[in-house]
Design a protein around this ligand. Structure first.
Ligand code: NAP
Length: 288
């Protein structure tokens, strides 16, 4: 008989960045497959409410940890909160996306982004991956972005951090796969969430009309106007967790991602710059 999701990735999932948006959907998706969920975010009130919702809807246990993933002590905090739990699934979902030209964004903000997008995933994989390898089973998903595939004006450290997660996941996939641990990086595209509506309102609708095309810029623009839902993203992650080092939410994102990878680098960077010009967003109304 095929191994169930629960046997392969249970009994506990840990979702870092779990109180809303895609992370909330990852927590629900793990719980709906029978896993208990350790959920982390900064805002305790919303985190606790989401954890109650997950426990009630799916009849599993939840535990919360209100903490900042930018903290240098985060490894110790997670270790203390999960010491008595067997974590078989780790989803690193949270991100910080400083918006603006590199020279205009405060260094402190850039470095917080590097902490959350790069240093902390390393710390937490270090904490959890070895134990999974010893058990010979488990799963790790580093939630990246299509933005990982190219530099893009106004998102310097965000895109670089997402590339870091993607490449780290590829290495972990190669090293841990033979030891029974599935690793993937999801290159997420536009997805609705708390801030997405503000961003969508800044889009030039004329540029976003054509979804029936293989042109990656046009398809990416169409996706901005037609975001996936968090539930779709979570469903696809759990379907594809054991299928390879990279996965996408849908065929449009795969088309955009694979076309970007085939481009000359200067063309890729310019395409992502053009994609930015689809929006007239103000920095305070940014979406990820
Ligand atoms: N939405 C998109 O269109 C899109 C596109 C491409 C990639 N992605 C990627 O998908 C992931 C989720 O995006 P989303 O749009 O769902 O984000 P979101 O709605 O902003 O949710 C982020 C979650 O992470 C938590 N979080 C953020 N910063 C944290 C920190 N420093 N410490 C601890 N928890 C933190 C948030 O709670 P608190 O604020 O309370 O901490 C929240 O639970 C991110 O990795 C993002 O890069 C999203």
């Amino acid at each position: 008989m095929a191994e169930s999701f629960e046997d392969r990735y249970g009994p506990w999932a840990f979702v870092a960045g779990a109180s809303m948006g895609i992370g909330r959907a990852f927590a629900h998706g793990a719980a709906s497959r029978g896993l208990n969920v350790l959920m982390l975010a900064r805002g305790a009130e919303l985190l606790d409410a989401t954890a109650r919702e997950v426990a009630e809807q799916h009849g599993v246990q939840t535990r919360t940890l209100a903490a900042d993933l930018a903290s240098p002590e985060i490894g110790d905090l997670v270790a203390a909160a999960s010491d008595d739990l067997e974590i078989g699934l780790f989803v690193y979902n949270a991100a910080i996306a400083p918006h603006g030209q590199f020279v205009d964004v405060a260094l402190e903000h850039q470095l917080r982004s590097v902490a959350v997008n790069c240093a902390t995933p390393v710390m937490l994989c270090n904490l959890l991956a070895g134990k999974m390898a010893v058990r010979g089973r488990g799963g790790i998903a580093l939630i990246s972005s299509l933005g990982a595939l190219a530099g893009a004006v106004n998102f310097g450290t965000y895109n670089a951090g997402k590339a870091f997660q993607w490449i780290l996941a590829e290495t972990l996939w190669a090293e841990l796969g033979p030891r029974g641990v599935d690793v993937t990086s999801m290159l997420v595209g536009a997805t609705s969430g708390a801030n997405y509506g503000y961003f969508q309102a800044t889009l030039d609708t004329e540029l976003c009309r054509n979804g029936d095309t293989d042109d990656p810029l046009e398809r990416a623009r169409w996706r901005l106007m037609n975001p996936a839902t968090p539930a779709e993203v979570a469903e696809q992650l759990y379907r594809q967790l054991g299928d390879g080092p990279v996965c996408y939410t849908n065929a449009s994102d795969a088309l955009v991602g694979e076309a970007t990878l085939r481009m000359a680098r200067r063309d890729a960077v310019h395409m992502w710059e053009a994609l930015q010009r689809t929006s007239t967003r103000a920095p305070e109304k940014q979406a990820l």
